[in-house]
Design a protein around this ligand. Sequence first.
Ligand code: ZN
Ligand code: FE
Length: 257
Amino acid sequence: MITIDALPAFTDNYIWLLQDPEQQRCAVVDPGDAAPVEAWLDAHPQWQLSDILITHHHFDHVGGIEKLKQRTGARVLGPASEKIPGRDVSLKQGDSVEVLGHTLQVIEVPGHTLGHIAYYQAQQHWLFCGDTLFAGGCGRLFEGTPAQMHDSLSRLAALPEQTAVYCTHEYTLSNLRFALAAEPGNKELQQRMQQVTEWREAGEVSLPSSIGLELKTNPFLRCNELSVNEILQERDGRSQRTPVEAFAALRSWKDSF
Ligand code: ZN
Ligand code: FE
């Protein structure tokens, strides 16, 4: 049985820590800073860090790799088409890797960066998606096009609804504020806003989300919804958008929100 905890890093990053208590082995996802992981390892001296999983090349996801690899000898897995420090295993679409006795499938999700990958565990329904799908939102388009990101998000949205979404940032509240502007009449979204506000006031992590919840409350997965398209039309008078055009309009609205 694997347990998954969030190690906070920087101001709003989470380093996901997968733990196998039986073997006393663990793995981390996107350690942008080594310090929180080292502190955990110091407090658990019997445990061994076996794997470091990387979704994309941004510093807040890769900054801690070298220190952790040096200390623990952990294997570093990351996207084949990006420059990842210390990478031992280069991954591309359709690859699968064994981590802590579980098979993770690699899904290429270009958009935030061009080589961005996500890791999916099909029996436990875990998704580690970095800065692609966020709770209530999605990553900025630093390298890819709206069409690429829309396609990437559509493929994640097609995973089973119970899939737990482990993204890298605690952006949920600000994402939901935007989501409510895009879909003020969405009852489930209003409820989610209330719930997440309570969690954050209590200092709790708002993650993981689930694909089912995102389908109901994340405007970036709802580009086909009439309500979203009506709001977009109110803003600029344009009607008859394709889903990719609606996505692009939402994304650029969010960028200046
Ligand atoms: Zn990033
Ligand atoms: Fe990031």
